[in-house]
Design a protein around this ligand. Structure first.
Ligand code: DUC
Ligand code: ZN
Ligand code: ZN
Length: 500
């Protein structure tokens, strides 16, 4: 009888705080030992010259969300979690969107039905509140927080989603009472509608005008307002997908005042600019997301926010629509105006290679900050720590083994999602996740989905009907199952302590 199921030998381990060399002994899906000469194992993985990192946690991902009439998201749970695994992720947190008039519990049941049995990596839901009725605020939300759904997103823009300030205050108030976290999409809805109407009247309808319709001031104002509302209620708030300096400075100021305001930014705000929306014909539609990519100065500001800790998490905001598809970016209505082009871009697989290459390899951030931004801080913020987000005895064996020197030219074929493009086509990166392990089971090894019946030519739809020969890792079956009392308390402690 061997002592471990697996030993990862001779790698360099990095956590959010340390870098050290030792072996990892894994038993029953958990890290059972860290040390040297650990003994015997059924399987030994040689990690010489490799970095052994906590698996990535991407806490901002959209999957199978209804996106308007005749538009469908490219990825379902199978393809999104497959792509995530290829990008070194072991956990994702997608959204369960409540549609107007819908009960939250019913919405959650529907998302669980889509996800269960279809995920390659661990998955746990945030809620999107679009209809904060008395029933939702008084009954459903408190009940769901008690069940472990401890984070919810509100939108300050979008038809059918935007909440009025009063409604945001009501949601924040429930979060305050229950210890939950509110995520805010901060853009001023009326300002965007006003500008969009004017642009359309002037026949300025191509994708490039998407950026013109949502200038920085629109985001900055909403960020300021969201922070003010949070201050009023004294609640923890994450301002998601921040794109520019002015919004970043609002968050920095709030943090300096001691408010529990957190910030997130994403690869598109480091790597793209509004010029990308300028492509010929409808090419620019590939880059339509909200907030829109800005300019080089905004990119530099987002790097500064990453370096100084204003942004504690770096997420993908993976929100994929196929490009060459009438139910995707090229929806017929979208050709008449940017107003109707589906908002969002794919990125769950490219998030970490981009930050590693542009951040660590180019010397902008160190390896510990990389781990914090891509894994540990997500776990701490959303109540998954210490079970997830670190390499420690007792933690889940959620591990990604990286070749820090491998040079890769990004191309869509590598990413194994169900979209038909990547916004980062042709980008050269250094550093690549070679092996992704979830709770001790290899999911991806050396560019292959391990043990799976997998053919990249299948669309997600085809795969749904195929009986898989591998056993997909269990998703969080009923609730934020990783949120035990101890992790929940750890999150609140973390929030108190996290100051730049
Ligand atoms: N907001 C998101 O959070 N994701 C994609 C599109 C959007 O507007
Ligand atoms: Zn958003
Ligand atoms: Zn999003």
């Amino acid at each position: 009888m061997t002592q471990f199921d697996t030993i990862i030998r001779s790698g360099t381990i990095a956590t959010a705080s340390d870098i050290f060399s030792c072996d990892i002994g894994i038993r029953d899906g958990r890290i059972a030992a860290l040390g040297h000469d650990l003994g015997t194992a059924d399987e030994v993985i040689d990690a010489t010259d490799r970095l052994v990192l906590p698996g990535g946690i991407d806490s901002h991902v959209h999957i199978s969300q209804p996106s308007g009439p005749d538009v469908v998201m490219a990825d379902d749970f199978e393809s999104a979690t497959r792509s995530a695994a290829f990008g070194g992720n072991t956990t994702i947190l997608p959204f369960c969107l409540q549609e107007k008039g819908q009960s939250l519990r019913q919405a959650l049941k529907d998302y669980h039905a889509l996800a269960e049995g279809n995920c390659h990596i661990d998955t746990s839901f945030h809620l999107i509140i679009s209809d904060p009725t008395e029933q939702v605020l008084g009954q459903e939300l408190p009940g769901l927080v008690a069940d472990g759904y401890t984070s919810f997103k509100v939108f300050m823009t979008y038809e059918g989603l935007a909440l009025a300030d009063r409604e945001i205050l009501e949601v924040m108030s429930v979060a305050r009472e229950t210890g939950a976290l509110v995520m805010v999409h901060a853009e001023n809805y009326d300002a965007i509608r006003f500008l969009t109407d004017r642009l359309e009247l002037a026949d300025k309808t191509s994708p490039r005008y998407h950026a013109t319709s949502r200038p920085i001031v629109v985001e900055r104002e909403a960020t300021h307002r969201a922070i003010s509302l949070a201050e009023l209620i004294d609640v923890s708030v994450m301002i998601v997908h921040v794109s520019n300096r002015e919004s970043m400075e609002e968050i920095r100021r709030a943090q300096a005042k001691g408010l529990k305001i957190f910030g997130e930014t994403c690869p598109q705000y480091l790597m793209l600019t509004e010029k990308d929306l300028d492509g010929l014909n409808m090419e620019g539609a590939k880059y339509v997301c909200s907030p829109p990519p800005r300019d080089e100065a905004s990119q530099a500001a987002c790097w500064e926010g990453i370096q100084t800790g204003v942004f504690s998490v770096f997420s993908s905001d993976h929100c994929p629509f196929r490009y060459n598809d009438p139910r995707g970016k090229l929806t017929p209505k979208g050709k008449t105006s940017f107003r109707w082009v589906p908002n969002g871009i794919p990125g769950v697989a490219t998030r970490m290679p981009i930050l590693f290459s542009e951040g660590v390899v180019k010397g902008r951030i160190d390896l510990n900050r990389f781990v914090a931004l891509t894994s540990t801080n997500h776990a701490k913020t959303y109540g998954l720590y210490p079970r997830k987000g670190t390499i420690a005895v007792g933690s889940d064996a959620d591990i990604a083994i990286w070749d820090p020197k491998k040079k890769v030219k990004l191309t869509h074929m590598l990413l194994k999602d169900a979209s038909d493009y990547t916004p980062y086509e042709g980008l050269n990166v250094t550093g690549w996740p070679e092996l992704t392990m979830v709770r001790g089971r290899c999911i991806v090894n050396d560019g292959r989905l391990v043990g799976g019946k997998y053919d990249a030519r299948h669309t997600a739809k085809n795969l749904a009907g195929v009986k898989r020969e591998y056993e997909p890792s269990n998703i969080n079956r009923s609730k934020r199952c990783f949120v035990g009392a101890e992790t929940f308390t750890a999150r609140l402690e973390y929030q108190k302590g996290l100051r730049p």
